[in-house]
Each structure stands twice: as C-alpha cells, then as structure tokens.
Write a protein that binds this ligand. Structure first.
Ligand code: GLY
Length: 408
C-alpha cells in the first residue's frame, strides 16, 4: 500500500512510525513532514491545507490511501477534495470537521444527539460574555469558537482574564466548569461504525502540578490503570455512537478519527471537546502500544469497511510520552536552538515535532519540539524509561514537566 501522510508534527511522526513498520506499506510519503519523518518517508514540500495541491500530489504519487494528520487541512476541505478525486482518505470532510472547527457547532450536535456535555452559551458581545460568566461562576471556562492550535481555551478564576480572552477571540463559547479527571478516547470511524483505541490522559497545563497556562499538551500516558474497565465501552455507547448517528442523519458522515475529550465528573462522564484528528501528544503513547498494523485499520475506515476488521490487538503494559518544549512556550517560542538526540532504545525513543534542519544541524522550529516515548510493564516503568532517555536529550533552553504519568 502506498500512503501519503499530511502534516508535520509529533503526531504525524508517531503515525508515520507506526505505518513505516507495517509490512503492508510499500511506500510512505509525507507532506510536508519533518526531519524525524525524513528517516522513514519521502518528504514533499507542499501545503497540506491546499486541497488542489494535495489532489495533485496524491495523483502524481498514485497513492492508495491519504491520511490527514492535523485539523486545519480537514477544516479547509482537503479530505473532501481527495475523496472527490477518487482517493481513499482517512479524515472527515469539512462539514464533519466542524466538530472541531466550531465549538458552537459541536455543542449543537451534542445537544441533538443527547451526548452529555457541559451547559454552554455562545457569546458574541461583551454583554453576553458578562452574563454567561455570571451564570456559571468561577472557575470560568472560555473557549474560542474557532481553531486556535490548542490555545483557544482559558480556564481561570480571574474574571478579568476571562473577559480579556473572550474579547481577544470574538465569538466564544462560555461553559460550566467540569470537575473530575480528564480522559481522551480516540475512535476510528468509517462513517457508520467506530473502533476505540486505548484511553489516554493528556497534561494540558505547562507546569508541574498543573500550574500555568494551557498548552497543546505537555505529555500523556496510556492506558489508564485507575479507570473502570468499562470506560471505553461507555464512551463509545454514550458519546461516539450517537454522534456518528447524528452526523449521518445530517448527511455529513464522520470518516476519520473522532477524539472525545471527556471529564469524569461526579455526575457522570461529560464531553469537554471533540477534535477530528489524532490528539497530540496522546497519539504518541497510544500508538506505542498498538500491535495491529495501523495501515489496514486506517484504510478500512477510509473505505467504510470497519465491519471487516478483526479486533485491535495491544501490547501488554503502558506507554508515556513527555514533551520537550522550547523556551517561551506556550508564548512565542525561541527557535533555531541546536538539538542533540540520543540513539533510540528498545523501550524508549524520540519523536520530532517542532524541528527543522539547518544544514546538517537539527534545530528547534516550534513550541513543542520533541516527544520522548517510553514503554514499560506499567506506567511507572514506562515513565522511568522515557525520563531516562529524555535526560540524554540536549536542547538549549528546553524544558518539560517532571510529573507526567504521576498524578491524574
Ligand atoms: N492533546 C490535545 C489535542 O490534541 O488537542
């Protein structure tokens, strides 16, 4: 199978790594990819968010499957254009991608589908913002309605900060705060059916002990040894199945990865957000445990054939990923800093996210620079393996959290 993978982050390096060890994959291409992917795929300097450029590239390569990594190309209609041109494509069309592209749309779908989520108000004026903040009280949850690269959500006790974030966004969704641990569950969907991957937990705040501002995610682990054994089944039944049915009813079936971000509250599970692509960095931990070759799974979803797929197989044990971020992140990061990487080990390896080559030298090129993955018999061992390898990484000014996988 010839595959074209779109995107350039740590998530894409993790997906590409899994595809590259799949014996069914004869050629792996990435657009634009990153230096980590360069070792396992042929890179193409093309814009993954341009529908016409991606159709041209898929055509010139003659690929069997296109896997769209990030949300921006999906919201821009890249998957629609590829499917219209006859390419099997893993990723929702623009209409279904609005589940991530608009928080207000996602709320509307959840309401129609009877999916449990926080009460919310869509606000477009300062008066509406003030009224919603009064209604729900602190802690205030203010979400940019549109895509914001993981930085659109502010959760704060500081009312002035909540108002300022709302004013900087324009249209926002303000909602009731959900207590309880957060969980990410990824469902591979073919428009009608869905298959769950292992649940994971992400650490969104920048600092140890969940201090500081939200980020795109500073680390993750999987599986969740503290969660009820039926957690996935409940999420699939209460959240994923009704959402897929509602999207089908609207004539915009969801093909691709539905990411349910949930809070396990004292009143039951509630959806915090939907995303329409693999989560980053949870994917790095989840795919480290997947034994079933990935290409066949994504291909079956893209072709509406999940019913023919055997149950997924998983490695025993756990995986942990720790993000090494650049100085300044989640504000404007310092870029261009040299990076020295250790050799991968049996149970630990480095995935690249915000990196580029400056001549022969690998340098930082974004906020989240690397993801260091460790595997082990349990989360503690996986974490130890990841932190031991991370200790051998050199990134000037780089930093990471020390408590990934410790507390939930
Ligand atoms: N880990 C959060 C996200 O992928 O949006």
């Amino acid at each position: 199978m010839k595959i074209l993978l779109l995107g350039s982050g740590g998530r894409e390096h993790a997906i590409g790594r899994a595809l590259s060890v799949d014996p069914a994959v004869t050629e792996l291409h990435a657009a634009p990819g990153n230096p980590g992917l360069a070792g396992i795929a042929t890179l193409h300097a093309a814009d993954p968010a341009s529908p016409s450029a991606m159709v041209d590239l898929a055509g010139s390569l003659g690929v069997d499957l296109v896997v769209v990594g990030p949300e921006a190309p999906l919201v821009a209609g890249v998957a629609d254009a590829l499917r219209e041109a006859g390419f099997a494509t893993f990723g929702p069309g623009a209409a279904a991608a609005e589940l991530e592209g608009s928080k207000a749309f996602a709320k509307e779908v959840m309401l129609a589908a009877g999916v449990p989520t926080a009460a919310a108000r869509v606000c477009e004026s300062l008066d509406q913002v003030e009224a919603a903040l009064d209604e729900f009280g602190a802690p205030y949850v203010v979400k940019n309605d549109g895509l914001a690269a993981g930085k659109g959500v502010v959760v704060t006790d500081d009312r002035q900060a909540a108002v300022e974030h709302a004013e900087s966004c324009g249209r926002v969704v303000i909602e009731d705060f959900l207590d309880g641990p957060e969980v990410s569950l990824f469902a591979i969907c073919d428009g009608e059916r869905a298959v769950a991957l292992l649940p994971a937990q992400d650490y969104k705040r920048v600092g140890n002990g969940d201090e500081g501002p939200n980020t795109g995610g500073m680390g993750a682990y999987s599986p969740l040894d503290w969660a009820d054994a039926d957690l996935s089944d409940r999420i699939m039944a209460e959240v994923v199945a009704p959402t897929l049915a509602e999207m089908r009813r609207r004539g915009t079936p969801f093909i691709g990865l539905l990411y349910a971000g949930l809070a396990l509250t004292s009143k039951g599970l509630r959806v915090v957000e939907f995303n329409v692509r693999f989560g980053d960095p949870e994917t790095q931990a989840v795919l480290a445990l997947l034994k079933t070759p990935l290409a066949g799974v994504l291909d079956a979803a893209a072709r509406g054939r999940l019913a023919d797929l055997d149950p997924l197989e998983w490695r025993e044990g756990a995986a942990v990923v720790i993000v090494e971020a650049a100085e300044g992140y989640p504000g404007p990061p310092v870029t261009g800093s040299p990076i020295e990487l250790p050799e991968d080990e049996v149970d630990a390896y480095v995935l690249q996210a915000g990196t580029r080559l400056d001549g022969d030298q690998l340098v930082s090129a974004g906020g989240r620079v690397l993801g260091v993955v460790g595997r082990g018999a349990h989360v503690t061992e996986a974490r130890d393996n990841a932190y031991a390898l991370l200790a051998k990484v050199n990134l000037e000014g780089g930093f990471h959290r020390d408590d990934i996988g410790v507390a939930h």
